[in-house]
Write a protein that binds this ligand. Sequence first.
Ligand code: PAF
Length: 302
Amino acid sequence: MIERLSEPATASMWCRKMRTQGLQIGLVPTMGALHEGHLSLVRRALQENDRVCASIFVNPLQFNEHSDLLSYPLSPDQDVQLLDRIGCHMVFFGTLDAFFPQLKPEQIPMQEPGPYSLGLEGDSRPGHFAGVATIVKRLFEVTKPSRTYFGEKDFQQSLVVRDLARKMGYPEVVVCQTSREPGGLARSSRNRGLDDIQRRHARCLSVALRCTRSAWQAGERDAQILESLLWESLDNAGVEIVYATLRDPDQWTKQAPKGYLVRAQALVAARIGGIRLIDNMRLDSTAELDSGDSESSRQAIG
Ligand code: PAF
């Protein structure tokens, strides 16, 4: 039976007890409204750790639009059931008050999110990554996990978190491949806001990414040509593009690189029916995998 805790202090005690027994903890931070993508992170964490803790906290600090925070989907009881069913050991829910006792939101010391927060999501959602880094740091401090699991769908977030973990000296960050629905749509809690037609339409994000990847596989290496392919594919599909661009994943830059690319990650953000969706794909020549369970990259700390 899963342990359901609502205070960081009790979650911290639970984790300390596990650690004193020599058990390794895997942490899966979430904002709830769990889907198969989250569950695949938990399953992966269960394979690699003695105990797994998931956190569910819709973090107000990372929402730059209040209306977005208010409309964020919530299903806490169903989430706990799903986690329990797959064998997750502990789930804890936070509140801003519990994470930062006696501080008003504006008094909370915000974590500097570092160089990977520049550009794209950082430009489009001012303050977002400072909010993410601030709460993820607290989650690490509370649980002191050996490993933590993030989805590659939030590619830029995974870079920000890796950088934070590197600075803190722990935990090992495991980034798992994006989990996709059969038509290719990246799984996201926000997909719940799409109706059937919009959901089908939203597949065009992964189609555009795949089309750009095919050009890469056919030998195209020019940043501007690849970017215009990505842009055109989305534009033809009639979505409202927020950004559609490339980055060198190993040398993050605020601006898009120009000219010949050695490595490239294609990244998109678009609105469909008012819902903001993001997706990305590594432009490489590996065979395509559809599940979120099978590939990951690791960040060894220390
Ligand atoms: O990816 C998310 O769900 C959130 O950004 C996270 C990492 C749980 C921090 O609130």
